[in-house]
Design a protein around this ligand. Structure first.
Ligand code: SAM
Length: 254
């Protein structure tokens, strides 16, 4: 698709499955999709070719991971880029406190504008590399998509995790293979045996996979961030309560 960089592209209509995930926040999700198709493209945060598949590959793809997090959880999204998964999660789950971590000024400026435009009071934007923010930010939950291979991602994210916290790494089909290959390195970081979890199988053609890794060993350095509800109880079934509203749609995981 050719794009002149100025004319806003039209996002596709939300697939029926989106209503099951976003509930009464579906209009907010549609506004996020429209922003991604407009300034997300013109500011170079996503490619114009992503626009026709904005929902299945990006907005819905990220939002289905919401069932990993308990009520009122504090979640750091490392390498948020265009707000993925962080903004999609915050739209789907207003109870979450979401911290977007992104090193590039151009991207954090865009993210701050989107957060303001969508009125997402539960979201804050933090400029910096994950490894630089260790000691000033922490949470019981850290998530990331398409940032780095598992062992490197874990090296960056573990210092942001509170003791007993969990890294929820969005991964593609190779999740189990990557986990197997990096298991020794992950163990050395104090992470327990990883679990590959499926999300969104009811609304996406292909479920999204996450590798979930709990920090088992006490860290030497404590985080300075405010604590919120820990990872003891997943929010399993939260979306099942809303699941009667819509059917499935095709998608993918990167
Ligand atoms: C391929 S993009 C993915 C963006 C988004 N997570 C997504 O799935 O669309 C990778 C992002 O990670 C950011 N990044 C790279 N290294 C990082 C680090 N050490 N700490 C935090 N973010 C980083 C980049 O600036 C970029 O925005």
């Amino acid at each position: 698709m050719k794009h002149d960089g100025e004319t806003p592209l039209t996002p596709p209509a939300a697939p029926s499955g989106a209503a099951a995930v976003f509930g009464d926040r579906i209009e907010l999700a549609e506004r996020f999709a429209a922003i991604l198709a407009d300034t997300g493209v013109s500011h170079g945060l996503i490619g114009p070719r992503e626009v026709p598949r904005l929902w299945e590959r990006h907005v819905l793809n990220c939002a289905v991971v919401e069932d990993a997090f308990p009520e009122d959880a504090r979640v750091i999204d490392v390498g948020s880029g265009a707000g993925l998964p962080g903004i999609a999660l915050a739209v789907a789950r207003p109870d979450l406190e979401v911290l977007l971590v992104e090193p590039m000024l151009r991207r954090t400026t865009w993210l701050e504008g989107v957060v303001a435009e969508l009125g997402l009071r539960s979201v804050t934007v933090h400029r910096g590399r994950a490894e630089e923010l260790a000691g000033s930010l922490s949470a019981p939950w850290v998530t990331a998509r398409a940032v780095a291979r598992l062992d490197k991602l874990a090296r960056w994210c573990v210092p942001l995790l509170e003791e007993g916290g969990t890294l929820v790494a969005m991964k593609g089909r190779s999740a189990a293979e990557e986990l197997g290959e990096d298991a020794a390195a992950l163990g050395r970081l104090g992470l327990g045996e990883g679990v590959v979890t499926e999300h969104g199988g009811d609304v996406l053609e292909e479920p999204v996979l996450t590798v979930d890794l709990r920090l088992e060993r006490r860290r030497e350095r404590g985080g300075a961030g405010r604590r919120s509800k820990g990872p003891g109880s997943r929010r399993a079934g939260s979306r099942r309560r809303r699941a009667g509203r819509a059917g499935g749609e095709p998608g993918r995981q990167d």
